[in-house]
Design a protein around this ligand. Structure first.
Ligand code: ATP
Ligand code: MG
Length: 364
């Protein structure tokens, strides 16, 4: 699937922008703070209905404006559709070919996208919350049914915490049971997804790094479960303490994800280069996974990769993606590392103060 046209109105600092991406390679270049990442964010949001940097809708609307709109002409499964995302106040509305969409599932598979940003590498070192958010977000891209179970768990968690706060002990058991049941579903999603991703990750890592190192993505649930009752038992055993602290201490809202290289934590034992290769491999594994889920290549958004990868790796990556016929949108402050990769059908845009200028294919 790919994006043929994109129009932005009042989306962050992009007041009115029009883009016709290339089928394969589009480069968006400009100085810091000009709107390059904002543009990728708009594409990602159009495909998923959600933001990747923030979910606060008002932040996405240009300061001083009442609403923002992102329109995209997309091609998937041989069909062209017009997707429209309108952000107003704190609400978002989506329509496909001028028909309002009420379920996230309808949007699924129209413009699946994977985004790779410098923040992804930071995820190795940051706290579990960042990795959890990453895991859930990428899981959601491939499986729209996950959203319901995700919201189900977090809604119940909120209610149980309110019960704890108000010390409504007679209601606690009911909420604990519901939370454990919802928690099991959430954990099953996470565990299944990670095992699906595992061999894709290893394959991509070996391809990128060209070594025999083993890499792994290991689910590290807060409560290890062998039977569906384990989570409930742990939560029940923790009830006294939860009442004291007025919050739910144990459960999948505390889950983590371990990145391993040769069976050791990547965080402490991986070199910078290994860490970068790992995260890139993870992103490409996501791409593989979506390709399998939709039977088509998703779009790849590469935010500021020149800060993450050296020239050789950029060359290898883009050559590989071109062979796979993936549509790629890249942001950079400097076009130099990409010059030799431009082809007659590439497209170059300059991003300046929220304005886009088309500069042809960049070949001179
Ligand atoms: N809601 C908004 N309304 C207006 N401007 C906004 C809004 N949200 C963010 N901005 C502006 O967008 C700019 C940042 O854009 P963006 O992150 O896309 O920059 P960038 O080109 O990717 O820069 P860098 O090269 O530093 O990554 C900032 O100047 C910020 O003030
Ligand atoms: Mg940026």
């Amino acid at each position: 699937m790919y994006l043929k046209q994109l129009q932005l109105e009042q989306f962050r600092n992009l007041s009115s922008a029009w883009l016709e991406p290339a089928r394969y390679l589009t480069i968006l270049h400009g100085c810091n703070g000009q709107g390059k990442t904002n543009l990728l964010e708009a594409v990602y949001m159009l495909g998923s209905g959600r933001a990747f940097r923030t979910t606060r809708v008002p932040d996405l609307i240009q300061h001083g404006s009442a609403a923002a709109a992102v329109t995209g002409q997309v091609q998937s499964a041989g069909v062209e559709n017009r997707l429209l995302l309108v952000l107003e106040g704190s609400t978002r509305r989506i329509s496909i070919d001028a028909k309002a969409v009420h379920r996230a599932a309808d949007l699924h598979g129209k413009l699946a996208a994977v985004i790779f940003t410098p923040d992804d590498t930071a995820m190795i070192k940051l706290g579990p919350e960042t990795r959890r958010r990453y895991l859930d977000r990428s899981l959601y891209s491939a499986n729209v049914g996950f959203l319901q179970d995700y919201h189900g768990y977090y809604r119940t968690l909120k209610q149980r915490n309110a019960v704890l706060k108000n010390n409504q002990q007679h209601e606690l058991l009911l909420w604990t049971e519901q939370l454990a049941a919802a928690g099991i579903r959430l954990m099953q999603h996470r565990s299944r997804y990670l095992s699906e991703l595992q061999h894709l990750l290893q394959h991509q890592y070996t391809r990128i790094a060209g070594t025999s190192e083993t890499v792994a993505l290991q689910y590290k649930p807060d409560v290890a479960i062998t039977s569906a009752d384990d989570l409930l038992e742990t939560m029940l055993a923790h009830q006294e303490q939860d009442l004291r602290y007025k919050t739910t201490g144990r459960g999948p809202h505390r889950d983590d994800l371990l990145f391993l290289i040769n069976d050791r934590p990547l965080k402490g034992f991986g070199s910078q280069g290994q860490q970068r290769s790992f995260v890139l491999a993870l992103k490409l594994a996501e791409l593989d996974h979506l390709q399998q889920a939709f039977g088509e290549e998703p779009v790849l958004l590469l935010d500021d990769i020149a800060s993450e990868l050296d020239r050789q790796r950029i060359s290898n990556l883009l050559t590989y993606l071109r062979q796979r016929q993936v549509q790629v949108l890249i942001t950079t402050t400097d076009v130099t590392p990409f010059r030799h990769l431009l082809q007659h059908d590439s497209r170059l845009y300059r991003v300046d103060g929220g304005n886009l200028t088309y500069e042809g294919n960049g070949l001179s």
